[in-house]
Write a protein that binds this ligand. Structure first.
Ligand code: HEM
Length: 400
């Protein structure tokens, strides 16, 4: 069978519930969010391991190291949650690619889950060992870090396989002999190197934010905050130069260096470099970082779109079965419940971080109102979701 016929017939015959371009946009948005927390998790954890070797002799590292460990720990949980969204969107519009990757590397897919569980559990052990001042803390941290980086390598392997349709037959049946062991591993070291290198500037800019945020707290010495800012600025600048070099090399190899999207990325990275080096307002720098993350996610999608349309995959012609119930439920969940819930968590985290000692939300304050709104919306959501589901189920089974 021709590859173009194969990728088109592999599409879900029930169709998708909304316009493919919307799913494509949501994929770009949600992958950028996933990547942001992957980079913050790996970067802060990596730096904390260095910190764990310095904290005995340096009082600043003694404060910073547990904070970095905590940042990484929370980021891993957020990156896992945020990884699900692009996973679903890629399955919806590029199902053939994702399922082929899961077939070619089935064994690695299983290992991925267990590696993530073990790597993350070891992270808790690392945090505990560091708190207790155990001598093996650095080693435990290093092993956990290596396992989590390995998870990223596996994710990269799946992504590379999914966008290599012309090689699928060769990998599935080398020399005509079917190999269904699921141990395929295909890395693109330049692409991977670029992605992973971004953890340095992302963590650097995070540290600039950390110092700015804590500068209003009296219990943090200005000298300590200056130490963190300087380290953050150094990391952001050096990291951005490394990442920019790798990005240019990657784009050159992909023949995309002069594409408007990649030019826009380069310009934004230069802006980011200037802002991070000056560090006048790190919150503005973070805004530009968000734009850069979206652009990089867009470049990834451009590469995939070019590969797939090049072999005759008609993404925008994906059969569509417009289903308003699904769209309304999705939007209500995402926009109303999601935004209110996130606004509550972020407002609370902001207030907690700005308060010395224990923070208590006063009745009628923004935090307390947002908490009540989130809870009410969540209860309503459960009722609507299950109620609606039951109606649909009974309608189908009763044959109405
Ligand atoms: C520590 C754990 C993880 C790390 C370090 C990690 C890292 C990465 C990296 C580096 C990529 C980019 C690969 C590339 O474009 O070459 C990626 C892509 C991706 N990750 Fe993760 N990831 C992790 C966990 C997860 C989890 C738990 C999920 C899902 C629940 C997930 C979902 C995705 C998806 C859907 C993509 C895009 C795949 C594609 O476009 O084909 N990741 N991840």
């Amino acid at each position: 069978m021709e590859i173009s016929t194969f990728v088109n017939v592999m599409r879900d015959s029930a169709g998708i519930p909304f316009y493919p371009v919307v799913f494509q946009g949501l994929y770009v948005l949600t992958w950028a969010l996933h990547a942001a927390f992957v980079l913050l998790a790996l970067g802060s954890m990596g730096l904390s391991i260095y910190g764990s070797t310095q904290q005995k002799s340096n009082p600043y590292w003694k404060i910073l190291t547990p904070h970095l460990i905590m940042t990484g720990k929370i980021s891993v949980s957020v990156l896992i949650v945020l990884g699900v969204a692009p996973l679903l969107f890629t399955q919806v519009i590029y199902d053939s690619g994702w399922y082929v990757a899961n077939t070619l590397s089935g064994a690695w897919v299983f290992i991925f889950i267990y590696a993530l569980v073990i790597g993350y559990m070891m992270y808790y052990w690392y945090q505990y060992a560091n708190k207790k001042g155990s001598s093996g803390n650095t080693l435990i941290g290093l092993i956990s870090f290596a396992i989590l980086v390995f998870c990223g390598v596996l994710m990269h392997n799946f992504a590379v396989e999914a966008i290599s349709p012309t090689k699928w037959m060769e990998w599935y049946a080398p020399n005509g002999v079917v190999d269904n062991a699921g141990w395929n591993m295909h890395l693109d070291l330049l692409r991977l190197g670029f992605m992973v290198s971004l953890m340095i500037p992302v963590t650097g800019i995070f540290m600039q934010n950390y110092s700015r945020f804590l500068s209003t707290r009296e219990d943090f010495e200005p000298k300590y905050l200056e130490f963190v800012t300087n380290l953050g600025t150094k990391m952001a600048v050096i990291g951005l130069v490394i990442s920019a070099g790798l990005f240019a090399a990657w784009m050159l190899r992909e023949n995309l260096l002069l594409h408007p999207l990649s030019l826009a990325t380069v310009i934004s990275v230069v802006m980011l470099l200037v802002l991070a080096a000056k560090n006048t307002n790190s919150y503005i720098t973070t805004g530009v970082l968000v734009v850069v993350a979206l652009l990089i996610s867009g470049v990834r999608e451009l590469i995939r779109y070019n590969v797939m349309s090049g072999i005759g995959y008609d993404l925008y012609g994906y059969p569509m079965n417009l289903e308003w119930e699904t769209i309304i439920m999705f939007l209500l969940t995402f926009v109303v419940l999601g935004f209110t819930g996130i606004a509550f968590i972020l407002t609370m985290a902001w207030k907690v971080g700005k308060t010395k000692g224990i923070y208590t939300a006063v009745e009628g304050s923004a935090v307390s109102r947002l908490a009540n709104a989130s809870l009410t919306l969540f209860i309503l959501w459960i009722l609507v979701y299950f109620g609606w589901g039951m109606v649909a189920l009974f309608k189908n089974t009763m044959g109405a």
